[in-house]
Design a protein around this ligand. Sequence first.
Ligand code: ATP
Length: 656
Amino acid sequence: MDAMNPNLLVALALLVVPALYLFVFPKRTGNPNSKDDKHQPLDGGRSKPATLRSILSELRIFLPFLLPKDRGVQRKLIYCYFLVGVCLAIDRVVKLISPMLLRRIVDALNSAEPTTQLPWVEIVLFVLFRKIGTKVIGRVSSSYRRRALDELTDTISMTLYNKILDQSSEYHESKEMGTVWRTVCDSGTSAVYYFSHVTVNQLPVILDIALGIGACWKIFDGRMALAMVTIIVLYVGFSAAIPPWNKEMLEEVIRLNQEASNIGLDTINNWQTVSYFNRTQHERSRYGKAVKASRESNIRFMRPVRSGDITRQLVASIGVGAVCLLGCWQIQHSSRSAGDFVLLFQFWDDLFTPLDFLVNLLPSTERYLAESQKFIEILQLEPKVKDKEGAAEFKLGNGSIRFDNVSFSYDGKRDAVKNVSFKAEGGKTIAIVGETGGGKSTLFKLLCRAYDVTGGSIKIDGQDLRDVTLESFRKHVSIVPQAIGVFNTTILDNLRYANLEATREEVEDACRAAALHKRILDFPNGYEEKVGEKGAKLSGGELQRMAIARALLRKSQIVLFDEATSNLDAETESRIQEYLRKWYTGRTVVVVAHRLATIANADLIISFKDGVIVEAGRHDELLAKRGYFHLLWEKQRLAWNPPKEGGEGKSLLASS
Ligand SMILES: Nc1ncnc2c1ncn2[C@@H]1O[C@H](COP(=O)(O)OP(=O)(O)OP(=O)(O)O)[C@@H](O)[C@H]1O
């Protein structure tokens, strides 16, 4: 060892490590599971590694969150960032000084002249710096980091919440919102935590490396610094040569994991259907299979990742060995002390652990970005129906409606509504009738601008719905949908949702008019009774009456009833209809009805079939025409009063 030249050692390190790489750990090309993996990607398994540029461009989306517009939050965050920055700077100094103190302690103990004097000062300073200093600084830094993270996650949650609320019907009708919300919250929060970890714990390592190498250069010499740089370069080079995360496999892991949790959530949400059809076993096995597929894909994905880790650890150990050997050689052949070796080892140890994280930075960031994809997608969402620039406030008149050649398609292929034109004066009642699936509810959705027309225009009081702000228009419209949505709160809160200022008396009056008041009083807690999830404690008819009461409370000029009384018995229905007829006076009411008897008094009846208007007129006019409406009317009449054997109804039913 004595005769060993330091350059020889460096050269040895340079040779041994690549040799090990070439012969002991043959480089993998492509997917390690290529033989039996049916999910092998088309590019041969080797996914394109993310470049720094591509990652930075995706990360840009997080930037606005770092300093949100809210001044108060901004101030708090700047304060936290500043303190975390100060802690990081102090930590760097502590990391630089403590190995030097350790060297002095070792040298004092290892002195050639025997002494009983303990290096108290160095020991106390070392403990203060290395243990107490690092721990205290670590705690302070992490508490301010935590505060900043809490602010950031709050801002992110609010942004996502607003984004989802702002989306139009097309988005909400096509997504499983429960799953979207859960995935978004999880991935958004974990992404913020990950990126803060990178900023606070990983990026400062670059400074640590520079300081460590500089210190070793000063204490040892340029050869030691060169050896360290060489080993770090080799280590980083090796790490870069190890195939990165296989992007396709990673996407599959995420997809299968989401699929499994979607199945679980969907089953639990539809527990009643599962139970009615006695499908518990079927669901258990479906969920079990999905969980297994998710786990297996994760194992497939992690296999090459783990073997890459082992290779890197081996390279790191060889590097530490080479530097230690070089250090020992230099100490033996110079006036340097044993303390210098301890210092060297300490620096090296401090460098290598975080360096390991650092080389993983790009692939692991790529993984987080892939996991945060849903979250990123939502941040980039734009609602399909939104206010156009310079949209005016809607000015309510008497609520006249005009459809001009309106067409609409949900999917861009099939028209749900085609070239519909009609005019209705304000304050009138318009009924829309027709066969199921004919486009009646679609007309409703267009009327309240849940969707924008794909052709033609809808004008209310002479204003094109696309030219006015949604907010100003919708406050004049109430909708009684086919399926009412309720919150899992009290009956009172659900009713007041339509009009937050409504007094208790007004709520009770609306319920009396909707024939619901007595029924509510029958509940143990009356109006304070919780309705259960999706209104589980209320019957279909009670839910419908609640929707009617809500519309009454809202007191809008334009009211849309979509099959509002279809679940009620004839007596209750006629009681409510009687009240509603008076209430309709002066309001523009659009009613979709299957039971034609309920719309006999409408000012205008529009018969709808396959998305087009077949006939329009008053009840008696349409009956006199003996066309489509007459056919529907007769079918219903006969269904209620079946004909005697061989009667006239037979031919009518047959003609349908
Ligand atoms: N969100 C949607 N996405 C795609 N297609 C849709 C959507 N909603 C309705 N449709 C389709 O549009 C057509 C018209 O549906 P719509 O609900 O307007 O009919 P309807 O006359 O109200 O029927 P019903 O009387 O049964 O309620 C149907 O073919 C339906 O499948």
